[in-house]
Write a protein that binds this ligand. Structure first.
Ligand SMILES: Nc1nc2c(ncn2[C@@H]2O[C@H](COP(=O)(O)OP(=O)(O)OP(=O)(O)O)[C@@H](O)[C@H]2O)c(=O)[nH]1
Length: 326
């Protein structure tokens, strides 16, 4: 980057520069007469010398990458074309420009020191107005980008909480949310019930019908759960062929009724239609537990697990509740 002339001696027209459009160009031309015009070769950085400066592209194009020193660099790159400027904000808040500015092609750039920018603002309302407009535009663009990123972040966060095969919440979601649900139930004194569901003889199902049919059976069971619950209930794939349903605000007795309904619907679920072979079907064993005073999330799961074990032990395709319920 080296100085090739001053703005006053250069062939560029001040009226073509965005910042001075419809402003007092005579005042601007006088104040900018000695400001340097520098040449920057393609790929070269625009060195800011650790100072707050405004750069206006006269020829070529610059690329501006986000703040590289503050750790906020995020891969966002904007392009600055002839007549456009970069660095307004750093001049106004008197911070050195932290963005990495490089030339996308051989370029000529007008460099305006902060003191000169302030003189321009004092001398011309039009320039002050253009600068405000530019800043307002930049703030809007930054806000829009932030919103897009927030949405994207939320989307990925949610995706990482969803089981890819069944579309149910996954274990990570459960680890995050169940302790909260337990705390809310204890805090409000409202009941919280949990149903643990395990498909029966699923190893045999896979061996007989194949793993893809097994996957389809898991999806069919998941659909039964999602289709049978209230909006406030949550269905989770706990792991393998084990699923779980969380029922806030639901007493143990009601949870048993819900579990019976789920058991029945899983028994009737159509896994896939195959006209050549008898239609495979699935059954599940279900264990029901309700949060006891002082119990934590692990205790609640362990109680439901114990009930599920009894359902398996009792012959499968059935519901068992925690011992105190019967
Ligand atoms: N197709 C398929 N199978 C799975 C998946 N996750 C776990 N399994 C299978 O589920 C089977 C679970 O077998 P077991 O834990 O022995 O239990 P089970 O055969 O269901 O027997 P019981 O639970 O006692 O009725 C294993 O064969 C796993 O391979 C999956 O995502 N897709």
């Amino acid at each position: 980057m080296k100085q090739i002339s001053t703005f006053g001696a250069s062939p560029y027209n001040i009226g073509d520069l965005q910042l001075f459009r419809d402003a007092d160009t005579a005042v601007a031309a006088r104040l900018l007469g000695n400001s340097p015009v520098v040449g920057v070769g393609q790929g070269q950085p625009v060195a800011n010398g650790g100072r707050a400066r405004l750069y206006i592209v006269l020829r070529g194009a610059l690329s501006v990458a986000g703040d590289t020193r503050s750790g906020l660099a995020d891969g966002t790159i904007s392009k600055v074309l002839p007549g456009e400027s970069v660095g307004e904000q750093s001049v106004l808040d008197e911070e050195a420009n932290l963005a990495a500015i490089t030339a996308l092609e051989d370029s000529e750039v007008l460099v305006i020191e902060a003191e000169t920018v302030w003189k321009l603002i004092e001398a011309s309302n039009g320039i002050a107005r253009n600068l405000l407009r530019l800043l307002s535009f930049r703030i809007r663009a930054a806000n829009a980008q932030l919103r897009r990123r927030q949405k994207l972040g939320e989307f990925y966060r949610q995706m990482s909480m969803i089981d890819g095969l069944t579309g149910l919440y996954n274990r990570a979601w459960l680890n995050d949310l169940l302790p909260e649900m337990v705390a809310t139930a204890h805090g409000t004194g409202r009941p919280l019930s949990l149903i643990m569901i395990d498909l029966d003889h699923f190893k045999k199902f896979n061996d007989t019908h194949g793993h893809l049919a097994g996957d389809q059976a898991l999806r069919a069971a998941a659909q039964v759960l999602s289709g049978a619950l209230r909006p406030s209930d949550c269905a989770v794939r706990y792991g393998g062929e084990e699923m779980m349903v969380l029922l806030p605000d639901t007493s143990d007795k009601v949870a048993v009724v819900v579990a019976e309904r789920l058991c029945e619907r899983i028994r009737q679920a159509v896994v896939f239609r195959d006209t050549r072979a008898p239609m495979p079907h699935i059954t599940a064993s279900l264990g029901v537990a309700s949060l006891a005073p002082g119990q934590d999330d692990h205790g609640l799961i362990a109680t439901a697990d114990a009930a599920l074990y009894r359902a398996k032990d009792g012959g499968r395709d059935r519901v068992a509740a925690q011992e105190s319920l019967f």
